[in-house]
Design a protein around this ligand. Structure first.
Ligand code: DX5
Ligand code: ZN
Length: 216
C-alpha cells in the first residue's frame, strides 16, 4: 500500500510561507500537517491560530492539525474555525482522552490521538474503536529535523496488530525523522501516512521528495 504524505509546515520558510504553501498545493502531497506548540507541553513555541487562519486560506490540501499543547480541548472551536479536517491531540495532554475524542467528532472533525515515544501503544486499546487515526511520534515532539527513534518501527508494527485485534479502522500516521529509508520501513510494518518536515523542505526540489515518499 502506498502511503499518504503530509508535509509539515514547521520546516518551511516562515519568511515566505505563501510560497511554500503554493508548492505543497501543486505537489502530490495528500494533507498539510500543521504543528501548534505552547512552550509548556513541549519545550518550543511554533505558531498559533492567527497564523493558522492565513495558512488555511491559502492551503488547498486537507489540514492535519497536530496540537502539542496542554488542554487541547479548549481550542476545538478555533481548530474547527480554520476548517481543519483532522485534529490530533496528545494522549499525554488529556486527562479525559475519551471525552476529548467525542468532542472533536461532535465538532465535525476527525479525531486523532498522538503518542510520544515513551508512551506504550497498549494504552490505546480502549480508545482505538473511537479514533480516526493514531499519530505515532518517532521523535520527542517540539522540533523539526531530529533523528528518528528506531523503536518507532516496532511500535507501528505493534499498533497495526492492536488495530486488527480491536476491529478498529484507525489509520496510522508517523511523525519525526521520516525520510526514504525510515519511511520505507514504516510503510512495510503498517504506516498509512508519513509526515515529513526537514526531509521535504531541505531538498533543492521539495516536490520531488514528496513524490519519492509517495512512491515508497
Ligand atoms: C515535531 C513535529 C513534526 C516535525 C517533523 O514535534 O510534530 O511534525 O515537523 O519534522 P521532521 O520531519 O523534520 O522530523
Ligand atoms: Zn507534527
Amino acid at each position: 500500500m502506498k502511503p499518504l504524505v503530509a508535509p509539515s509546515l514547521l520546516s518551511a520558510d516562515f519568511g515566505n510561507l505563501g510560497k511554500d504553501i503554493e508548492m505543497i498545493n501543486r505537489s502530490e502531497a495528500d494533507w498539510l500537517h500543521l504543528d501548534i506548540m505552547d512552550g509548556v507541553f513541549v519545550p518550543n513555541i511554533s505558531f498559533g491560530f492567527p497564523v493558522l487562519k492565513y495558512v488555511a486560506r491559502l492551503a488547498r490540501k486537507p489540514l492535519d492539525v497536530h496540537l502539542m499543547i496542554v488542554n487541547p480541548e479548549k481550542f476545538i472551536p478555533e481548530v474547527k474555525a480554520v476548517g481543519a479536517e483532522i485534529m490530533n491531540v496528545h494522549y499525554e495532554a488529556c486527562t479525559h482522552i475519551h471525552r476529548v475524542v467525542q468532542q472533536i467528532r461532535e465538532a465535525g472533525m476527525k479525531p486523532a490521538v498522538t503518542i510520544n515515544p515513551g508512551t506504550p501503544v497498549s494504552l490505546l486499546k480502549d480508545i482505538l474503536p473511537d479514533v480516526y487515526m493514531v499519530l505515532v511520534m518517532s521523535v520527542n515532539p517540539g522540533f523539526g529535523g531530529q533523528k528518528f527513534i528506531e523503536h518507532s518501527v516496532d511500535k507501528v508494527r505493534e499498533l497495526r496488530e492492536l488495530i486488527q485485534l480491536t476491529h478498529s479502522d484507525a489509520l496510522i500516521e508517523v511523525d519525526g525523522g521520516v525520510n526514504l529509508d525510515t519511511g520505507k520501513r514504516l510503510v512495510a510494518v503498517g504506516a498509512d501516512i508519513l509526515v515529513a518536515g526537514n526531509f521535504v523542505f531541505s531538498a533543492p526540489v521539495p516536490e520531488e521528495m514528496i513524490h519519492a515518499l509517495k512512491s515508497l
